[in-house]
Design a binder for this molecule. Structure first.
Ligand SMILES: [Zn+2]
Length: 113
């Protein structure tokens, strides 16, 4: 599985650096963009918060949907990997479920392979 930036969805091979977070990744290009946005905000002051979906046309909105789904799938794959490691360490389904705020049975049904 290729890890992708959770912001721009570029695969690791297409960027210089991909930094991992909790189930998500950010590439060096998106970090640069964030730094630019933050710097601009410092000089212009606070701006009204308008959700992205209210700022884009229908085509851009539809284009965004599969990108969100790809990020969701990546987060889900990552979570499965972490739970598999917990099981490899012989942590109980009780403890895994408690960590995820679910019952033992729910954790087992979702993650047992
Ligand atoms: Zn990116």
């Amino acid at each position: 599985m290729t890890n992708r930036c959770s912001f721009c969805t570029k695969p690791a091979e297409e960027v210089d650096t991909l930094v991992a977070g909790a189930g998500v990744f950010i590439c060096n290009e998106c970090v640069d963009l964030c730094a630019t946005v933050i710097a601009a905000k410092r000089t212009s002051g606070p701006t009204p918060r308008v959700p992205l979906w209210e700022q884009i046309d229908d085509l851009a909105l539809l284009d965004h949907l599969p990108r969100i789904e790809a990020v969701r799938d990546q987060v889900d794959d990552d979570l499965h990997g972490w739970v598999a490691e917990a099981r490899r360490r012989e942590l109980s389904w009780d403890r895994i479920g408690a960590a995820l705020g679910m019952k033992r049975q729910s954790a087992w049904e979702r993650f047992a392979e």
